[in-house]
Write a protein that binds this ligand. Sequence first.
Ligand code: NAD
Length: 295
Amino acid sequence: MTQIGFIGLGNMGLPMALNLVKAGHEVLGLDLSPSQTKALVDAGGKAAADLAMIATCPVIISMLPAGKHVREVYLGENGLIAHAAPDTLLIDSSTIDVETARAVSENATKAGLKMIDAPVSGGVAGAQAGTLTFMVGGNETAFDAAQPYLSIMGAKIIHAGDPGNGQAAKLCNNMLLAISMIGVSEAFSLARRLGLPDQKFFDIANTSSGQCWSLSSYCPVPGPVPSSPANRDYQPGFAVDMMLKDLKLAKEAIEATATDAKLGIHAFDIYSKLSADGQGGRDFSAIFPMIEKEK
Ligand code: NAD
């Protein structure tokens, strides 16, 4: 049994923390929202009064909205890096920019702490089921130390390399996902106009070179894949605004590295429009009704 500090008990963080409780660990939780902390306490966890209490734990996990929250929690005056004991293991699973992940990790290492960036894929369902994929950046020692905890919350744990590489993998994967979802939606839209029924096009593309996850597992038109959000009026799933957040990180990285990634930028523009049209809470596959000019 390890005492684990958990900061950020939101849609993802709470079920992740609950899996650690179920596995027999003592989880000390901290969130700005008292109802989230209460949900942890009701399930056998404990509430931390502040960051100073979290800093006493030998293992600390964070699941926060964005880079600025991560900077504040780790690098702030009352932050974890200034107060955690040497050798404490820090795991940040938030999806944030690579630069912040590398800056926080460098400070942690200088302070004698072990740190990994470990963003996840798999959504709320994966967090609940303990089947997340973790993409990890950090040195071998920190990666090995984190394995027992990550394996409770996830099914796949991939070491992507040095600090920040977990975040790099996450934003490149999600940029690719956005582009493929737009591509699949455009193909269905064109197929309809050419007189090809949705199911017929699906059956052919799904066994041809157009096959990809956005088509075969998450088809954006209703019908061919009954479990996809298209069959429940595009209830998320993975919301447009969450995809937009990741595409913004990708866009910033594209610009910072002068990468010639025009489709990545275009995907950001397309999802920005969908969000501006009031569709931010719908599933990211709602790109299809946007193209079809449906409601
Ligand atoms: P969320 O908004 O539901 O949860 C974030 C929680 O952090 C909130 O409860 C908030 O009160 C808390 N918080 C913010 N600042 C804090 C602080 N200073 N101290 C303590 N608590 C603080 O978000 P989420 O959906 O759980 O996502 C968390 C992270 O996981 C994000 O970076 C997101 O991009 C990433 N992610 C989400 C999904 C998903 O499907 N929801 C999938 C993969 C990755």
